[in-house]
Write a protein that binds this ligand. Structure first.
Ligand code: C2E
Ligand code: CA
Ligand code: CA
Ligand code: CA
Length: 277
């Protein structure tokens, strides 16, 4: 039995080593991805439930590697964060998203915005505020054309809470909007929300999925939306796939929806084509 235990241990040790080797190899590929043009930004529309018009687009990073094929953000974003690559790649995302906002404006969509996901590693970087301002200036778009999406873990997990909030406040003061992403999956409380400089809450897909199950789920969704509205926040529901979900969200006076029912994320050129003003 003792030997068996040893073998099991050795097995796990080897599996762990393979895991580490694979991570290192993927990190190396990621490091080269930018230079090789393997990264692309896709955009997904966010649509008003009252007017049916597109309010803005969320920018979502895609990585297509020759050997690996499409790698999901759920796998490569954490690696980018661990390795610090999120800082230069995040800056590229910001510039590319702002350039897309410029193209929207050139097509007459003067009120559209682009929503960009921001990781904590980027936010605590000393240059974050100037990086964002430079990306806006370079593209020639006003700060109101940009929304930053942050998760509450960004703020909770970090010893830099006050610094992070100060940076978001500084950008918000220029007109950049701030969205709290994945709302409901963390520890959000009423009082906590009030402390943050946010304009928008994005209700996580898991709550939208639960709507179909009925029971208390509708009550919860209705309460979250009412609560956010009472705090003066705009509400976006994520991952809306069915008409039933959309109709319920409209009933609860959710402001915007995003999801496959409208469109999957797609390259900029496709989105611009799709856009009619
Ligand atoms: P997220 O910010 O919560 O983004 C929403 C995710 O839901 C996206 O997954 C989107 O493709 C997916 N989605 C949208 N509508 C639907 C729907 O109707 N059904 C289903 N099943 N899924 C839907 P994606 O693109 O795989 O991105 C995953 C996560 O990776 C994002 O979650 C975000 O946290 C992160 N991410 C993506 N791009 C970036 C980036 O440029 N920077 C950073 N820091 N994180 C990023
Ligand atoms: Ca997001
Ligand atoms: Ca989200
Ligand atoms: Ca998410």
């Amino acid at each position: 039995a003792k030997n068996a235990g040893k073998n099991v241990y050795r097995f796990f040790e080897e599996a762990m080593q393979e895991d580490i080797i694979e991570k290192l190899s993927m990190e190396r590929s990621l490091r080269e991805a930018m230079g090789k043009d393997e990264l692309q930004l896709h955009f997904q529309p966010i649509v008003s439930l009252s007017t049916g018009e597109i309010g803005g687009y969320e920018a979502l990073l895609r990585w297509h590697n020759l050997q690996r094929g499409m790698v999901s953000p759920g796998r490569f974003i954490p690696l980018m964060e661990e390795s610090g690559l999120i800082v230069p790649i995040g800056a590229w995302v910001m510039r590319t998203a702002c350039a897309f906002a410029r193209k929207l404006m050139d097509r007459g969509c003067l009120d559209s915005y682009v929503a960009v996901n921001v990781s904590v590693k980027q936010l605590i970087n000393g240059d974050f505020v100037s990086m964002v301002k430079a990306a806006l200036a370079e593209a020639g778009v006003p700060p109101t054309a940009l929304e930053l999406e942050i998760t509450e873990t960004i703020l909770m997990d970090s010893e830099f809470f006050d610094d992070n909030v100060a940076k978001l406040r500084e950008l918000k003061a220029t007109g950049v909007r701030i969205a709290l992403d994945d709302f409901g999956t963390g520890y959000s409380s009423l009082t906590y929300l009030k402390q943050l400089p946010i304009d928008i809450v994005k209700i996580d897909k898991s709550f939208v999925d639960d709507l179909a199950a009925g029971g208390k789920n509708k009550l919860i969704m209705g309460s979250i939306i009412a609560l956010a509205h009472n705090l003066g926040l705009t509400v976006v529901a994520e991952g809306v796939e069915t008409e039933a979900q959309r109709d319920l969200l409209r009933e609860f006076q959710c402001d915007f929806i995003q999801g496959y029912i409208i469109s999957r994320p797609a390259p900029a050129a496709e989105m611009l084509e799709f856009n009619t003003v």
